[in-house]
Design a protein around this ligand. Structure first.
Ligand code: ADP
Length: 589
């Protein structure tokens, strides 16, 4: 699929044509808008430029989606009305996006148009971060809260950083710094935005090219009383004539300011110092709100290009574990091919990474994600549930101790997962409080003992077993097993199995999930609506599609062997997939 991403601003239309196969950029450019060239003409030129390529779908960047949009959305009249509704909070951006949408819909009427919002990534801000400490009713009335911006960029660089570090994003606490003409910081905790420096509008937070960022609200009263004539003039002052431009009296461009500073211009030096200091302050604050930090990421025109500012921002953060390698910093170069450069020393506990952002690509990903999700919704996707009764897996040695040296596991019934079978052999679990008889062995024998029980079983036995993925038994709970030929005391092996979904890679592709994703599964249609959180996805060629829950969980959901629940929602850090028609099946035993 070819996705045309359009970012329509007040002075230019930026576009990228992206092929979804390998995320190849087929074409990209910026067309300046003038009095002679409006969006309609620019779009005609753009389509002309890309005429050798088909366009399957258009993704539009929209700055302010307020609290109406948590995800990308197919544009219809209602969506247009909502974007209009939020325009007063982004007067420079939303109206331009709407003009672009209208022109593009006219030029390309037959394909879907999708809106992707800068605010959507921050929809996960906890209340403590999104609320301003003003009268709650007043805040609600005027929708005053922190929405945050630059979401597509923060999300993109966080994902790239996780990939570079070779760690799942849901294990990381990242501070992402988007430093362009507009600038913002974000605390990305386990893949979700939990703090960000821009607020109800893009004016709050860091010092920017021409915006002040944080100021004492008292300054506004003072200026309104003693300096400016009206609110618009003040808006102009703080949005267009402040920040680096206001401080330096020269320019909003860091290149010019750095050159002036190098030749001794005092205000230029001051503006650089204030800019870097503010960012450092936010790094400290976000490390505190997240209870630590695993990496700091710098992006945007300044973050990607100014070694001098990077050095100023990160110096004296050794106490946080950040140790800049000055050589790496001076020579860091990133582009759309080599997206990441590490600028800290090998021994730096917390790496600092320069990452080339690509908001258009992130918009393309979200656009294609929505198209795929809608296609999936049209197909019937059933996931059978198997209720997994207590059972155990044994190693050869323990099996021999319990059932005799010459014994072999005997086949009782095949299980739904290929190659697995229930055995005739059963054992007794003996805990400090009570024992459970007749716990069935599953074959074939494994390299490690693993005894899987439910929470109620644990209570009965009097043990506290950890909730674990199958296979991770190190440090799990001890238990005594009794068989016909003897007893064995195991120091570890007892777990409460984590609920999970087995998937063949083809299923994973269909559902849009990957191995080790943690998904939320909402089960409706039964007697009780219920969401199972932290359901682990396990993908292997040897698996058949099936969700495994234990008897306690099945009871909680009031599932029985005849129920017909529907799985309707799966949320995966930042990605969302919709599933439906989950059927329950009898378990293997
Ligand atoms: P926008 O927020 O408009 O998308 P960018 O992310 O492209 O902006 O950042 C533009 C800013 O990046 C410029 O105004 C300039 O301050 C800074 N910049 C770009 N290149 C360099 C460079 N080589 N050295 C220092 N600063 C740079």
């Amino acid at each position: 699929m070819n996705i045309l991403v359009i970012n329509c601003g007040s002075s230019s239309i930026k576009y990228q044509l992206v092929n979804s196969e390998r995320e190849t950029i087929l074409a990209q450019d910026a067309i300046e808008l003038t009095t002679d060239v409006g969006p309609a003409l620019a779009l005609a030129q753009l389509i002309d430029d890309t005429q050798n390529e088909t366009i399957d779908v258009v993704g539009h960047r929209v700055v302010h989606g307020g609290d109406a949009f948590r995800d990308a959305v197919l544009i219809n009249a209602e969506v247009v009305a909502q974007i209009e509704e939020w325009a007063p909070l982004a007067p420079l951006h939303n109206p331009c996006a709407l003009t672009g949408i209208e022109a593009a819909q006219t030029a390309l009427p037959k394909i879907p148009h999708i809106a992707v919002f800068d605010t959507a990534f921050h929809a996960t801000l906890p209340r403590r971060a999104s609320h301003y400490a003003i009268d709650t009713k007043l805040a609600e009335k005027h929708r005053i809260r922190r929405y945050g911006f630059h979401g597509t960029s923060h999300q993109f660089v966080a994902l790239e950083a996780a990939r570079y570090l070779g760690r799942p994003i849901n294990e990381l606490r990242l501070i992402t710094l988007h430093l362009g003409n507009g600038a913002s910081a974000c605390a990305v905790e386990m893949g979700s935005s939990t703090e960000t420096s821009m607020g109800m509008t893009p004016l709050e937070g860091l010092v920017m090219g021409s915006r002040s960022g944080d100021i004492d609200a008292g300054i506004i009263f003072k200026l309104l009383r003693d300096e400016v004539n009206d609110v618009d003039a003040l808006d102009d002052l703080l949005n267009l004539r402040s920040g680096l431009k206001g401080l330096s009296g020269l320019s909003n461009d860091v290149r010019e300011i750095e050159a002036a500073a190098a030749s001794g211009h005092d205000e230029a030096r001051l503006s650089i110092a204030v800019f870097a200091h503010r960012i450092k302050k936010y790094i400290g604050a976000y490390a505190a709100t997240m209870g630590g930090v695993d990496a700091v990421i710098l992006t945007g025109g300044i973050g990607e290009n100014s070694a001098n500012l990077r050095q100023r921002i990160l110096q004296r953060l050794e106490f946080l574990g950040i140790q800049v390698d000055e050589d790496n910093n001076q020579h860091a170069e990133v582009d759309h091919q080599n997206k990441v450069a590490c600028i800290t020393t090998e021994n730096s506990r917390v790496p600092a990474l320069v990452v080339k952002t690509n908001e258009e690509l992130m918009i393309a990903r979200q656009t294609i994600g929505l198209i795929r999700q809608q296609a999936r919704l049209k197909t019937d996707l059933s996931i059978p549930i198997a209720v997994s009764a207590r059972h155990l897996h044994l190693d050869k040695h323990t099996f021999a101790l319990l059932f005799g040296d010459d014994a072999e596991p005997t086949h009782h019934a095949d299980l739904s997962q290929p190659g697995q079978f229930a055995c005739k052999e059963k054992v007794t679990l003996i805990g400090p409080r009570d024992s459970i008889e007749g716990v069935r062995l599953l074959g074939p024998l494994r390299s490690k003992n693993q005894i899987e029980v439910s929470r109620s079983d644990e209570y009965l036995l009097g043990v506290d077993a950890p909730v674990r993925d199958s296979g991770r038994v190190k440090g799990s709970a001890p238990i005594t097993l009794k068989g016909p030929k003897g007893s064995v005391r195991l120091n570890e092996g007892l777990i409460c199995a984590r609920r999970h979904i087995h998937m063949h890679p083809d299923d994973a592709e269909r559902f849009g999930v990957q191995n080790k994703d943690e998904v939320e599964v909402a089960i409706t249609g039964g007697p009780r609506d219920l969401i199972f959180c932290d359901v682990l996805v396990r993908v292997s060629h040897g698996y058949q599609l099936e969700m495994h829950i234990d008897t306690d969980e099945a009871n909680a959901a009031e599932l029985d062997k005849s129920s017909n629940a529907e799985l309707v929602y799966v949320g995966i850090q930042g990605r969302t997939a919709l599933l439906k028609n989950l059927k329950t099946l009898p378990s293997g035993d």
